[in-house]
Design a protein around this ligand. Sequence first.
Ligand code: PMP
Length: 416
Amino acid sequence: MNSAATQPLVLPFDVMRVRQDFPILAREVHRQPLAYLDNGASAQRPLAVIAAVDDYERHHHANIHRGVHTLSQEATALYESARDRVMRHINARSRNEVLFVRGTTEAINLVAQSYARPLLKAGDEILITHLEHHANIVPWQMVCEQTGAKLVVAPMDVHGEVHAEAVEALMGPRTRLLACAHVSNALGTVLPVRRLLASARARGIVSLVDGAQAIPHMDVDMQSLACDFYVFSGHKVYAPTGIGVLYGREALLERMPPWQGGGDMILTVSFERTTYNALPYKFEAGTPNISGAIGLGAALAYLGTIDLAAAHAHEHALLLHATKVLSQIEGLRIVGTAREKASLVSFAVDAVHAHDLGTILDQDGIAIRTGHHCAMPVMDFFKLPATARASFVFYNTYEEIDRLGASVRRARAMFR
Ligand code: PMP
């Protein structure tokens, strides 16, 4: 029998069709077609998200959870159905485990202050890795200052890889918490989180995974990962800014005191005593970002309409193409050469400061990130003040990467 006949037909990912869902991609910058390669910083919004937010603002806005009137009930239903959508997307066990926050940064600060601070004693340890974003360093330093706990940093190697053995070697009797990135924003490294989480669990160490850079590029399943906390930002996964998610294991969230006090997070208030609301509301004090949450729900619903496996495969192909194109440029060094990477390439070019490079590329209509990427310890490790970073999602094309290569060559020629 002809084996081709038995193979399922695999259609290539239709990037040109998908691009039409993102109106901003059609614009020009400096009279050049925009090549948006700064998705690691923030991804663009599809029409479905713009329309969902617009519909809410035009037809349904009111404050939630309080009103008996129709608009308030409609707004509440939209906000809460966005929570259900998040729950399904990350396969959480319950909607009580999905808290809306401002983003990754706020989620980590919440865990640091509400989970870690009451628990930590002087001499306890929080274990992170060398490649963390500042958002997964500074909140822990703050809680260490508040409690006398110690921050322990697991090393990475010259490729930007974090080895599970090296992290495990630092898990000791005083380790109370492991907080690590799923994917590094500065280097693209995918960390061995599944193994790290298992090792932490076996030692009774609570874990937090910073999923800001992972959630756009891979399936993230809370029940199979089995971490205690997982955090991400909406704006990196095609939703508006100012909304993000803290996933927390329900039993832990139940035991944690609220972080902020105010409206919505209470059941009863008197001057003598206040009782707190149930999960998830206990952690959502005040009027939340209602339209942002609705936008996040719409973004995840949009992802449900595309072939995500094909989209992720396309992103991986873009990574390979960019690595090839950039490696052929003389004087260019790729920073972060881990075996497993998400679709992001950091690089430095001899004699061209990353900021100059970014400015020249902008003239060619190409948006990349330049700087320390909120990961100064990573820059120190590689003895660089800054890198240039091109980060791709499924709406990017090979042609955009070829333009990136040509523009970098042009910049290099200018500085020689
Ligand atoms: N962690 C990682 C790995 C990130 O890439 C980012 C965003 N650059 C953050 C945390 C912080 O996210 P936000 O600014 O949306 O809170």
